[in-house]
Design a protein around this ligand. Structure first.
Ligand SMILES: Nc1ncnc2c1ncn2[C@@H]1O[C@H](COP(=O)(O)OP(=O)(O)O)[C@@H](O)[C@H]1O
Ligand SMILES: [Mg+2]
Length: 341
């Protein structure tokens, strides 16, 4: 019995910050296809990690091993410090929201009934389940008064996707797995759904693993990005600025090089209003600072070249503030937002 009352610690010593940990996880299907190869991946509590890579590189397989829709052939997976292979799959999936492109709404049930399914499964009364469904609909931007009594075929693709997210959140799971959640909608709607999800995430602070084949989406949505290569090999796992600015190998460079996102970085100016104050950051002399008229791409290149956590920004002889990889990432998110609307 755990008498410490503390956070459960597993035998591998997973620390408190880690919500999902994959250790040497591999999957070889019955026909001999190795979809995932000896994957180590750590997802911290409250972070969004994007798995990105070309089709067939094992992203969906990885996601489905986390909630045990697929059993790994090798390795171990820990969720909140507990080995998932030792937990009951049904109980496990209750703690994990799952959003897929084909949302799987019940076509002959009203939207509210679709969302109520999960609270009802938990044994809530109809009244409580309905109330919860209304809250969730509001959360994802679907006015309950307008949409509750409609049927899935009355809704646009983007609205149906919102219902899917609402339903995945219904059990208030700490972890959300999302497999190409915005893939089925047009680019404008996709941009809007991405923005809404980021806004929602700021309130909810879930631990999210999001699969996409779109590097632009990955760098916009991810706090960290895991770039997969064919055969389920993890090519790079880092913050977006590092993946864009300092690709680990030729494969990542090629994959990122085709990115409109990186091109956006090249045409996005530094925003002097969004610099961080110098504060406690140690900055070099003014000579090492970059001019405010530079692009974010120049700034990123300079950060990587200097191997410094911060970069000074000046206008002429005036010191304006500092940029960090995080600051570049926020600016990139902003620019993707404006460009996608
Ligand atoms: N049930 C299965 N049986 C055999 N091979 C599979 C199965 N599911 C997926 N694969 C193969 O495993 C590889 C990875 O698939 P998947 O994880 O779906 O990739 P992704 O989501 O990155 O497109 C692909 O080569 C795919 O064809
Ligand atoms: Mg897939």
């Amino acid at each position: 019995m755990d008498v410490t009352g503390g956070h459960p610690q597993d035998e591998s010593g997973t620390d408190d910050d880690s919500m999902i940990r994959l250790e040497g996880v591999g999957k070889t299907y019955a026909d001999g296809t190795t979809a995932v190869h000896a994957l180590d991946l750590d997802v911290a509590r409250g972070e969004i990690v994007c798995l990105v890579g070309p089709s067939g590189c094992g992203k969906s397989t990885t996601l489905k091993m986390i909630n045990r829709l697929i059993e790994p052939t090798t390795g171990r997976i820990f969720l909140d410090g507990k080995d998932v292979t030792k937990s009951d799959p049904v109980a496990l999936r209750r703690g994990i929201g799952y959003v897929i492109q084909q949302i799987g709404l019940f076509p002959h049930q009203k939207i509210v009934t679709n969302v109520m399914t999960v609270p009802l499964l938990y044994g809530e009364s109809k009244a409580v389940a309905r109330e919860r469904a209304h809250e969730l609909m509001e959360l994802v931007g679907l006015d309950p008064a307008t949409y509750s009594d409609r049927y899935p075929h009355h809704l646009s693709g983007g609205q149906r996707q919102r219902v899917g997210v609402a339903r995945a959140l219904a059990a208030n799971p700490p972890v959300l797995l999302m497999d190409e959640p915005f893939g089925a909608v047009d680019p404008v709607v996709r941009g809007r759904l991405q923005d809404e999800f980021l806004r929602l995430q700021r309130e909810l602070g879930k631990t999210v693993v999001l699969v996409t084949h779109d590097i632009d989406e990955a760098v916009k949505m991810g706090d960290r990005v895991a770039v997969f290569a064919t055969g389920g090999r993890l090519a790079q796992y880092d913050v977006p600025a590092a993946v864009l600015g300092n690709p680990a190998d030729e494969f990542v460079a090629d994959f990122v090089g085709s990115s409109r996102g990186l091109r956006r970085l090249a045409v996005t100016p530094i925003d002097p209003d969004h610099l961080e104050p110098i504060g406690t950051h140690k900055t070099g002399d003014l000579a090492g600072a970059i001019d405010v008229d530079s692009s974010l791409e120049d700034a990123l290149a300079e950060l990587m070249r200097a191997d410094q956590p911060v970069l000074g920004v000046r206008r002429g002889a005036e010191f304006l503030g500092v940029l960090t990889p995080n600051g570049i990432h926020s600016a990139l998110r902003q620019s993707v937002n404006t460009n996608s609307h």
